[in-house]
Design a protein. Structure first.
Length: 339
C-alpha cells in the first residue's frame, strides 16, 4: 500500500505526463531525473487512444502539433514497458503513479502494480471511472481543475463510498496558469469542506504557488517536469526543468522544517543575548558631565553597544544627578547615578 499523506512531509509528485514523447528511453531517464530532483513520485499518464477518445476529438488550444488521437497512439507504451518502468521506479526509490483515462487503463495499471492513482481534472466528472478506481481501494489523488463544487462533491462522495484514502488537489486547468488564478483559497476551502488532505496541482511557471501551498498546509504538490521546455509535446512548454524542480523541492523541505519547529520568542531572545549586546543601544554621554550635574536631554543619547542602561530607559535617566565625572562617549550605568 502507498504511504499515507501528511502535512509534516509534503508528497511531491513530478508530473511528466507524455513528456517522454513515446520514447521508453526518455521515460526511464525522466524517472532517474525525478528521483535526483527529490520528488517522492513520478506521475505518468496512461492513454489508450481507441478506448478514450474519438479520432476527430479536438486538441487543446496550447498544443496543435498533431491530432490528439494520433498523439496518444504514438506516445503509448506496451503493458510490458509499463511494468518495466514501474520496476525502474522501484529501483530508484521513487513511487510510480499514473493517471488512467479509461477503464482499460485502470485494468492495465492494476497489472502493472500501481499503488496510488491520480485522477486528472478532465476525468473528475467521469463517475464510472472513479468508481472503478475506488473499488481497488488504493489511495487516490483527485484533481479538480475544471470542476464546480457540485461536481467535485459528487466525485469525492463516489470515492469515499469505498475508502477514505483520498487527497483533493486544487488545480486550474490553464497552461500556463497565472498567479491570479491559482486559487490557494480554494485549497483551504476544500480542507474545510471535506476534512481530507489537500494539495495543489500547480500549472504556473514559477515555484511560488507550490511553496505558498506548502506553507498553508498542502499534503501534496504536483508540478510538471521536463528535460527542457524546448522539447516537443503537449506538456514541455509549461514544465519545470531539472534545476528548477530541484530548487523547488529544496524550498518545500525548508518550509516543512520551519513549520515543524515553532519558535518560543522569549526563549529565542535569551539565546540571542550576546547579539543584543552587540546590536542594541544603551544610554551614552554626548558631552563631558561633571560630578553632581543634573542630566539634561542634550547631555545623553543612544549609542552601541547594548551593554549599559537600555536605550528604552533614556527618559528615566534625564533629570537624575551623576555621582562622578563622566567623559563624553561613555555608557552610563546605574551606579553612576543617584536614585
Amino acid at each position: 500500500m502507498a504511504a499515507p499523506l501528511t502535512t509534516a512531509s509534503c508528497f511531491v509528485a513530478a508530473e511528466v505526463g507524455s513528456v517522454h514523447d513515446g520514447s521508453y528511453g526518455n521515460a526511464r531517464q525522466l524517472v532517474r531525473v525525478a528521483a535526483q530532483c527529490g520528488a517522492n513520485a513520478i506521475k505518468f499518464q496512461t492513454h489508450i487512444a481507441s478506448a478514450e477518445t474519438l479520432p476527430n476529438a479536438p486538441t487543446p488550444p496550447y498544443f496543435a502539433g498533431e491530432p490528439r488521437y494520433e498523439y496518444f497512439e504514438r506516445t503509448a507504451f506496451t503493458a510490458e514497458q509499463w511494468c518495466e518502468l514501474k520496476g525502474y521506479c522501484d529501483e530508484h526509490g521513487i513511487e510510480f503513479v499514473s493517471s488512467p483515462f479509461c477503464e482499460e487503463a485502470v485494468e492495465l495499471l492494476e497489472r502493472v502494480g500501481v499503488r496510488r492513482y491520480k485522477i486528472a481534472s478532465g476525468e473528475t466528472t467521469n463517475l464510472p471511472l472513479l468508481e472503478l478506481i475506488a473499488q481497488t481501494r488504493k489511495p487516490v489523488l483527485l484533481s479538480s481543475g475544471m470542476s464546480s463544487w457540485a461536481e467535485l462533491d459528487e466525485a469525492v462522495n463516489t470515492i469515499l463510498t469505498y475508502h477514505g484514502s483520498l487527497a483533493v488537489l486544487q488545480c486550474t486547468s490553464a497552461y500556463p496558469c497565472c498567479p491570479e488564478d491559482v486559487g490557494l483559497n480554494v485549497m483551504l476551502a476544500m480542507r474545510d469542506r471535506y476534512g481530507l488532505p489537500v494539495g495543489l496541482s500547480d500549472h504556473t511557471l514559477e515555484p511560488f504557488a507550490s511553496l505558498g501551498a506548502v506553507a498553508l498546509g498542502a499534503a501534496v504538490v504536483e508540478k510538471h517536469l521536463t528535460f527542457s521546455r524546448l522539447m516537443y509535446g503537449s506538456d514541455a512548454a509549461h514544465s519545470m526543468e531539472p534545476d528548477e524542480f530541484t530548487a523547488r523541492v529544496k524550498g518545500i523541505r525548508a518550509i516543512e522544517t520551519m513549520l515543524a519547529h515553532p519558535v518560543d520568542k522569549n526563549a529565542m531572545a535569551e539565546r540571542l543575548r550576546d547579539m543584543k549586546g552587540i546590536f542594541e543601544k544603551s544610554v551614552a554621554s554626548l558631552t563631558d558631565i561633571p560630578a553632581g550635574a543634573v542630566i539634561t536631554a542634550d547631555m545623553v543619547g543612544m549609542k552601541k553597544p547594548g551593554t549599559g542602561i537600555p536605550a528604552r530607559k533614556l527618559r528615566d535617566v534625564i533629570g537624575r544627578r551623576v555621582r562622578r565625572d563622566v567623559v563624553k562617549d561613555t555608557l552610563l550605568r546605574e551606579e553612576d547615578l543617584d536614585a
